[in-house]
Ligand binder design. Structure first.
Ligand code: EPU
Length: 460
């Protein structure tokens, strides 16, 4: 099995120089230094991993371009390989060729070795059912950001005619009579469940109507991938997607949408550290909602043909933000923004409405001097865009408060990135442990920090 490693360049263990940082877990970061420079964002983690799974549906090899070197990509690659898919490098750097012609059932032990590593394996269900009539899914991983149920996925698979059994091995799903089109309405526009339906419906017999679907740009890009493969999918108004099942699909050649979450993270890093970062590969069209909030928060940006330049436009201003499914402000974008809002002049509020525990990361910011109060059951009142949800929480951030270095431990992917940004914005030295998690979603993270002039050492 080939494993993609993050941050492989260089050979010194020094932060401001280059470094070989594979396996690094602890950083000593000296803050108070604005980040300046250019970084490039490649394909989106949250499309690439799904498009890799889609390759299982084709009868010929697929080529995926702009694949970032991330541990989540390595997990999906490995899981494809244990199912007999051959994965090789393509004709340009960052491209992968995925050949499913040898696809076959995998042994329980091989599948189980991937337990807890990523949430993507749940998306293998539909393609494996079409290919082999059964799927065995390991216990899932992903960020610890609250309970992450899979009931929408399982209900959708049952609607297609699948039988779901939970056993000591994980979840075993079978479809002895094949899969047929279904009318499905999601209780919430879940990204993963929408992808589950798409990857299953494209080869199910008959028509599938999916109501209350997620419509994130990464979903639209997955639809584009599937259409290249021969699928017939139409997007109707009001979150309705219609899929006409076809007998067979072929491989695709596709360049992934850029990683919007990474682009937003670096934009917020420029705002928080009072630096200037050109995010090469970022596109305005897919970031409209973020750019509005960034501007209201005092950020300045310049949209160019090959990317977007981000910096402060003056002082940071307080804002009220509600996270939401697309086209709202994404839940993955609140963590780095909150770091910047600790430096805003006044009171900001961030309502987290997508996940039930995605504000816990703010505790470490408080330790560093931030004034943040989390309301675990959300806040009433105010002008709302997103209907109030039972699971929501709110953070009230009062600024500006100087941040000072501290010992902090990364809780999850997006929270982890924001800790590093907080440490870079703070006075003095911080020790950030658990930074390995960040490589799940940020390609060449340490190399990029180095390129932007961050002052850090790998100390563990
Ligand atoms: N939900 C259920 N039941 C389900 C599925 C989801 O109740 O069966 C709930 C979740 O608990 C949550 C909400 O629905 O409250 C939305 O979850 P969704 O299914 O949309 O999230 P996901 O597909 O598991 C993806 C991204 C996340 C991103 C969310 C929201 C991937 C691999 N992950 O997760 O990305 O935050 O959509 O946009 O695509 C990240 O990249 O750091 C990350 C966590």
């Amino acid at each position: 099995m080939t494993t993609l490693l993050n941050d492989t360049a260089g050979n010194k263990k020094s932060g401001r120089g280059q470094g070989t940082h594979a396996g690094a877990e602890v950083l000593a970061i000296r803050g108070g230094r604005p980040l300046h420079g250019t970084i490039e964002v490649k394909g989106a983690k949250n499309l690439v991993t799904k498009a890799m799974v889609a390759a299982l549906l084709g009868e010929t090899p697929s080529t995926l371009r702009d694949v970032p070197e991330l541990s989540d990509v390595a997990v999906v690659r490995s899981l494809l390989e244990v199912h007999g898919v051959t994965v090789t490098d393509g004709d340009e750097p960052g491209s992968l060729v995925l050949d499913p012609s040898g696809a076959a059932s995998a042994h329980f032990e091989e599948i189980d070795a991937h337990a807890g590593a990523s949430r993507i394996p749940i998306l293998f269900c539909g393609p494996l059912l079409h290919l082999l009539g059964e799927a065995l899914i390991p216990d899932l991983g992903g960020c610890r950001i609250g309970d992450r149920p899979i009931n929408f996925h399982m209900d959708a698979l049952r609607a297609f005619g699948a039988i779901v059994d939970k056993s000591y091995e994980g979840i075993r799903i079978t479809a002895p009579d094949g899969l047929h089109g279904a009318n499905i309405e999601l209780p919430y526009p879940s990204v993963g469940a929408t992808e589950q339906v798409l990857l299953t419906a494209v080869k199910a017999k008959g028509v599938t109507e999916l109501k209350n679907a997620a419509i994130e740009p990464e979903i639209m890009d997955l639809i584009a991938v599937l259409q290249k493969m021969g699928a017939i999918i139409s997007y109707e108004p009001n979150r309705v997607i219609l899929i006409e099942g076809v007998e067979s699909l072929r491989g695709y050649d596709h360049r992934s949408i850029f990683d919007r979450n990474e682009a937003v993270s670096w934009a917020c890093a420029a705002l928080a550290t009072d630096g200037e970062i050109f995010v090469q590969g970022a596109k305005q069209q897919d970031l409209l909602t973020f750019l509005n909030v960034f501007r209201k928060a005092g950020g300045w940006f310049d949209v160019r043909e090959d990317g977007i330049l981000f910096r402060r436009g003056g002082s940071i201003k307080p804002v009220v933000v509600e996270t939401d499914v697309h086209p709202g402000y994404m839940t993955d974008w609140q963590q780095p923004l909150i770091v910047a809002l600790t430096q805003a002049e006044g009171e900001s509020t961030v309502h987290e409405t997508v996940y039930e525990n995605r504000l816990g990361f703010t505790q470490a910011l408080v330790k560093m001097g931030a004034d943040i109060v989390v309301h675990p059951h959300g806040l009433e009142g105010g002008q709302r865009r997103v209907p109030r949800r039972a699971l929501e929480q709110a953070a009230v951030i009062n600024g500006p408060t100087p941040l000072t270095g501290a010992e902090i431990e990364v809780p999850d992917l997006r929270g982890g990135f924001s800790y590093v940004v907080a440490a870079l914005a703070a006075q003095g030295e911080s020790r950030v442990s658990g930074v390995g998690i960040i490589s799940r979603g940020y390609e060449k993270f340490f190399d990029k920090l180095t390129a932007l002039g961050a002052d850090f050492d790998v100390v563990g």
